[in-house]
Design a binder for this molecule. Structure first.
Ligand code: SF4
Ligand code: SF4
Length: 233
């Protein structure tokens, strides 16, 4: 089947829809982090969300990150109100840093899960602990740099990125004039115009894009759209 462009909703509809879903999902952050202190089983919400994003990633790449992640939503909707919004350092966009962090965080999580195995309260506490750790680092980064700096290196986001390499990719048409407006509106400072090809469409690597649609809606040349060879929408 030939690839098709995905129809765009009106700008207002899309912005309101994403904002609503983020505000709803952001509630889960205090539920797990604060509520989990009193009821460690609430940590299993994190496990449920991991299952949800694995399913979504197979159809829409990092769509979960852009629309549903409670931490990302908190940073984008609330942390952004106090963030200094300095540019994200290049090191946070580098592969080696992303995969080093991934290895460290996964080693920590699985070793703690191994020790907690068989005790549901302790297992729930491990997931809660991972969220507290991630949120703490993310707030520290997001207060000085762009509010969603963490999302550029988040191990769960990286995992979704590599498991959806050819899925629902952001595509750049050759009418792009490399004005960089897309980069200015991107929550993780990705620059779709960089992937422009002289002839034919270019594609932004899955891991670099949260599928938030900000750039698609703001491109003055209407040069961006989402496309997937395998998963048509
Ligand atoms: S906003 Fe559009 S035209 Fe400008 S660099 Fe991005 S993709 Fe190209
Ligand atoms: S590249 Fe576009 S769709 Fe992807 S995260 Fe950035 S603004 Fe959102």
């Amino acid at each position: 089947m030939a690839p098709k462009k995905v129809k765009r909703k009106s700008k207002i509809e899309e912005i309101c829809c994403r904002k609503r879903s983020q505000l709803l999902m952001a509630v889960l952050l205090p539920v797990v982090v604060v509520g989990g202190y009193f009821c460690p089983r609430l940590g299993f919400i994190v496990l449920g969300l991991i299952t949800v994003f694995m399913v979504i990633a197979s159809k829409r790449g990092r769509f979960y990150c852009g629309w549903l992640c409670p931490m990302g939503a908190f940073h984008e909707r609330f942390l952004s109100l106090v963030s200094l919004k300095k540019p994200i350092l290049p090191v946070f966009k580098s592969s080696w840093f992303r995969w080093l962090l991934f290895t460290l965080m996964m080693t920590l999580m699985f070793s703690r899960l191994f020790m907690a195995w068989g005790d549901p309260l302790a297992v729930g506490s491990v997931f809660r602990m991972m969220w507290i750790l991630s949120t703490g680092i993310a707030i520290g980064l997001g207060l000085y740099f762009m509010p969603r700096t963490w999302c550029a290196v988040c191990p769960m986001g990286s995992f979704q990125g590599i498991s959806s390499k050819n899925t629902y990719l952001l595509t750049v048409e050759d009418r792009c004039v490399q004005c960089k407006k897309c980069q200015r509106v991107c929550p993780i400072s990705s620059y779709p115009g960089l992937y422009k090809q002289e002839q034919g469409p270019g594609q932004v690597p899955s891991i670099e894009c949260l599928r938030c649609s900000n750039c698609v809606m703001n491109c003055p040349k209407d040069a961006l759209y989402f496309k997937s060879e395998e998963n048509m929408v």
